[in-house]
Ligand binder design. Structure first.
Ligand SMILES: [Zn+2]
Length: 206
C-alpha cells in the first residue's frame, strides 16, 4: 500500500529499496510463474480482481503477470494504491499520474504481490492489519515499523521513516486517542438524545 497524494515525499536521493524490490528486478520467468499461479490458487488474485471490478476500476494487464486497475472509486482502502494478490489498484486516473507523485510506486506495490504468495493469500490481510497497529504503537505511523512495508521499501512507497517511541508511550497515545473519540461520540449521542427528548442540544440555537 502507498499513502495518498497528500502523503510524504521522501527527499531526493533517499529512496531506499527493500529486499523484495530487488527480487522484482531479479525474478525470472519461472519465479514469476510461481507467483502468478500461487496467487491464483490462494485466491488473492481473484479477490483483487473482484475488489477492483466492484470499485469500477479499469483493469488491464501490466506485464510480469501483474494486473493494473485504475480509477477505483471508493475511499476504502485508502492510499495512493493498494495491492491484493497480483492486482495493483489506484483511485487515480492512471498509474502514470501516481508515478509522477511517487516515483517507483509500482515497484513497491509489486513487492506486496510476493508477500501474498508467501503469506498464503488472504491471510496476508489480517497480518498486515496487526503489523499496521504495531507500527502505529511504535512510531505513530502505520508504515514505518510495519514489516511488510519495510520489506517492500518505505521510500519507494512514498513513506518517510518515523522515529521509534517506547511501546508504553504508544499505549498512552492510543488511550488518549480512544478517550478523545469516545468523548466526541458521547457529545454527539448527547445531542441526539436531547433532540429526541424535545429539549435543545448543546448547539440547539433558539
Ligand atoms: Zn506498501
Amino acid at each position: 500500500m502507498t499513502p495518498g497524494s497528500g502523503g510524504h515525499q521522501p527527499p531526493a536521493g533517499a529512496r531506499g529499496r527493500g529486499p523484495l524490490p530487488t527480487l522484482n528486478a531479479g525474478a525470472g520467468p519461472g519465479l514469476l510463474l510461481v507467483r502468478t499461479i500461487g496467487n491464483w490458487l490462494n485466491l488473492s488474485t481473484p479477490a483483487g480482481l473482484a475488489v477492483a471490478a466492484l470499485g469500477g476500476a479499469r483493469i488491464r494487464r501490466g506485464g510480469r503477470g501483474v494486473w493494473l486497475a485504475e480509477g477505483y472509486r471508493y475511499r476504502f482502502p485508502t492510499g495512493g494504491a493498494f495491492t491484493i494478490g497480483t492486482v495493483i489498484t489506484t483511485a487515480r486516473p492512471s498509474f502514470a499520474d501516481l508515478d509522477r507523485r511517487i516515483p517507483g510506486v509500482l515497484e513497491h506495490e509489486e513487492a506486496h504481490t510476493w508477500q501474498y504468495t508467501y503469506a498464503c493469500g488472504l491471510f496476508y490481510l489480517p497480518v498486515y492489519a496487526a503489523l499496521m497497529g504495531w507500527s502505529w504503537l511504535r512510531t505513530g505511523d502505520r508504515a514505518s515499523a510495519n514489516f511488510f512495508e519495510r520489506q517492500a521499501g518505505l521510500a519507494a512507497g512514498g513513506y518517510v521513516e518515523a522515529p521509534r517511541r517506547d511501546v508504553r508511550d504508544g499505549m498512552r497515545a492510543a488511550c488518549a486517542l480512544m478517550r478523545a473519540r469516545s468523548g466526541t461520540l458521547s457529545r454527539v449521542a448527547g445531542r441526539r438524545c436531547a433532540c429526541a427528548d424535545g429539549t435543545r442540544g448543546a448547539d440547539g440555537g433558539a
